[in-house]
Design a protein around this ligand. Structure first.
Ligand code: HEM
Length: 144
């Protein structure tokens, strides 16, 4: 049951991060986000804010146990949590009445890098899941 919940959450997170990345890609060409693209980005952002902590809590016991996860899974997980926290935290920072406009621009640049890093870490986690499948299959087919 828990396995399925983790798998479903991982698929949801992968879709959400793909949407966030696709909507953010034109900003690499100096085109700022606006209109429908910004709306979709912000809605997907909200979904990530909800899904990521639940996934982190459910996956945590595996992420700290070398007997229950592959090395790529552990690296991917911790890098993704770090990058996603920075991506979410930077938006939160800009919502607080603490920063000047220039500082907000700087935080949004950090947000962009952290966001793209979240996608890269998710890929590592995905590869780690494939690696873990292979390890588990080898273990269950080895007698003794
Ligand atoms: C994880 C993948 C993500 C990527 C790759 C990403 C990328 C970006 C980039 C490059 C920008 C800069 C846009 C610009 O300079 O005009 C941006 C803006 C923004 N992002 Fe994200 N982001 C991600 C996640 C999130 C999340 C989780 C949230 C919400 C918590 C969010 C909310 C926003 C908001 C509100 C803006 C400001 C748009 C503006 O005012 O121009 N993003 N994002």
């Amino acid at each position: 049951m828990m396995n399925w919940l983790i798998r479903i959450l991982l698929v949801v997170i992968a879709i959400v991060v793909a949407v966030l990345t696709i909507t953010a890609l034109p900003t690499l060409d100096d085109k700022h986000m606006a209109g429908t693209r910004l709306m979709i980005h912000m809605m997907a952002g909200g979904s990530l804010v909800a899904a990521m902590p639940v996934f982190a809590i459910l996956f945590l016991s595996r992420a700290i146990s070398p007997q229950r996860s592959a090395i790529l899974q552990r690296w991917g997980f911790w890098l993704m949590i770090l990058a996603a926290t920075l991506a979410i935290g930077s938006v939160l920072m800009c919502m607080l009445p603490l920063l000047s406009t220039e500082q907000m621009h700087r935080w949004m640049v950090i947000h962009g890098y952290a966001g793209f890093a979240t996608g890269a870490a998710l890929l590592v986690l995905g590869l780690g899941c494939l690696q873990w499948r292979r390890i588990s299959a080898t273990r269950s087919s080895t007698p003794g």
